[in-house]
Design a protein. Structure first.
Length: 241
């Protein structure tokens, strides 16, 4: 019991770090897995560069962000997968916001992110959830005693080109369920989730839309999902170009 009591002050301090709209906005932006400059994050959050710097310094001091300097530029990224998963979990538990008027561009971006996106280094949105469901239906994932990757799942990963021995050596959990903040259902995370996402990019099955976290399934990917997972993405309202 003392462990929980001792953790309370630190937990309250960490919660306070995220209890600011500007800092929360920056953290969500960094879920794309890239390193951003302070200026880019200031523009994204709609605040002055000096204001952004104060917030970023606090996030770095709290261990939420890591920074790198190249010449005059200061780059910031999430400190690791555990932080990325914490942010995604917080977002999934956030209460629904009242609908506001959105520009056509904003509405289009929101729809694209909900359809298919990356969550740090794994697939999320409707596509991520659909792939997780398909892997479950094919016996690659089991939920009987918590989420586990089955022998069938390991075999499939090897068949699509994933180095499964590297997965076994990974310091992070092999699989983890991550509650999707738009679908409100779990998608696959962990080392296996990251490997699937990376392999899909390498194979040209998915591609990014612009510089945002939104992605789309390519024609090659659409065929691959039908052949590999018996998943017909068009059935879920998806599309490819």
């Amino acid at each position: 019991m003392s462990v929980h009591v001792d953790a309370a002050p630190g937990m309250a301090e960490l919660a306070a770090v995220f209890a600011d709209r500007t800092r929360a906005s920056m953290c969500v932006a960094l879920l794309d897995g890239r390193a951003w400059t302070a200026g880019e994050l200031a523009r994204y959050a709609g605040v002055a560069r000096s204001t952004a710097t104060e917030h970023l310094n606090l996030l770095v001091a709290a261990g939420v962000l890591a920074e790198e300097r190249q010449g005059r530029h200061r780059y910031l990224r999430l400190a690791g997968t555990d932080i990325a998963e914490l942010i995604e979990t917080l977002a999934s538990h956030a209460p629904p916001q009242a609908e506001r008027r959105h520009t056509l561009r904003t509405a289009t971006t929101r729809a694209a992110l909900a359809r298919a996106r990356t969550c740090y280094d794994h697939l999320a949105g409707a596509l991520g959830v659909a792939i997780t469901d398909a892997m479950t239906s094919q016996g690659m994932l089991s939920w009987d005693d918590g989420l586990t990757l089955t022998s069938t799942g390991l075999t499939w990963l090897r068949e699509v080109g994933v180095d499964t021995e590297a997965l076994r050596r990974a310091r992070r959990p092999m699989v983890r369920d991550c509650l999707d903040w738009t679908e409100r259902r779990p998608h696959l995370a962990g080392a296996a989730g990251a490997a699937v996402c990376g392999r899909f990019f390498d194979a040209g099955w998915i591609e990014r839309i612009g510089s945002d976290r939104a992605i789309r399934l390519t024609a090659t990917g659409d065929t691959a999902l039908r052949d590999q997972l018996d998943l017909r993405w068009g059935t879920f309202g998806g599309r490819h170009d």
